[in-house]
Design a protein. Sequence first.
Length: 139
Amino acid sequence: MKSHRRELTFNIPSRRGFVNITREVQDAVRESGVQEGIVLVNAMHITASVFINDDESGLHHDYDKWLEQLAPHEPIRQYKHNDTGEDNADAHLKRQIMGREVVAAITQGKLDFGPWEQIFYGEFDGRRRKRVLIKVIGE
């Protein structure tokens, strides 16, 4: 069995944003030499997410609007977590909704996706360096 590890780094200049990382994940799969297996992709920070969905700008706008309705950033005093001096309680909640990681199948050396599926990094408390782990396992 083969194993390959790669990290991506991000520094999103705004508080929130979505980045398509499908190409970087596929590159890591190719680098690994794995033909049949799985890839785990996870955000290594508790205010960021990795998820699979369609790469469509309207959908990304809808996610941002929906998440902000569910867990609005302001007023920051509405969250007990922010009593610690932080202002990112909403980002923790948004991450919980969008998820920490994805696992995808690898078949014949490629991501085995359905139509329109892409992998995204979701940032909910940006303006600083963060990492995503890609772990490829298989034969």
